[in-house]
Design a protein around this ligand. Structure first.
Ligand SMILES: [Zn+2]
Ligand SMILES: [Zn+2]
Length: 160
């Protein structure tokens, strides 16, 4: 059993794996986690299929593919959720996803909107807050605070 890439602490087979394989996500947060994990594992069909149908024109498959292929994923942190539960029709998830491309570290901080479509949670759109921050990490000392804002030393965080 492997740890789920979404960082839940659960096994991938019991966390995001089944949702990526097509099981309905119980909550908007679970869907968000599974979309992150699908980026990590390169299962972009899941990312595409969980985009609300009326927003799917917005989804840029080739862009998603190049991000997934080049990025080294450093972790997902769920900051806050509203709604998105079993009795809700809409919900939001605020998250931070960190990834590296070469010496560039991107801290993607987004407030995402989710809605139900035929009973299933779907990603609608998101607002960056702030704008995605890309930091060149080649000049960051290993003992300096990590530029991702985690509060840890760089060597203990995104240098891995
Ligand atoms: Zn997971
Ligand atoms: Zn970091």
């Amino acid at each position: 059993m492997t740890d789920c890439p979404c960082g839940s602490g659960g096994a991938h087979d019991e966390c995001c794996g089944p949702i990526i394989a097509g099981a309905p996500a119980p909550t908007a947060e679970a869907l968000m986690r599974s979309r992150y994990s699908a980026f990590v594992t390169g299962e972009l069909d899941h990312v595409e299929h969980t985009h609300a149908s009326y927003m799917r024109d917005d989804y840029n498959r080739s862009q998603a593919q190049s991000v997934a292929a080049e990025a080294k994923w450093m972790g997902l942190e769920i900051r806050q959720t509203t709604g998105g539960g079993p009795d809700d029709e809409t919900g939001t998830v605020e998250f931070v996803a960190r990834f590296k491309r070469g010496q560039e570290l991107t801290v993607h901080h987004e407030l995402s909107n989710f809605c139900r479509e035929d009973g299933n949670w779907m990603y609608v759109d998101g607002e960056m807050s702030p704008r995605p921050a890309t930091v060149h990490v080649d000049k960051v000392g290993r003992n300096e605070p990590c530029p991702c804002g985690s509060g840890k030393k760089y060597k203990k965080c995104c240098a891995a």
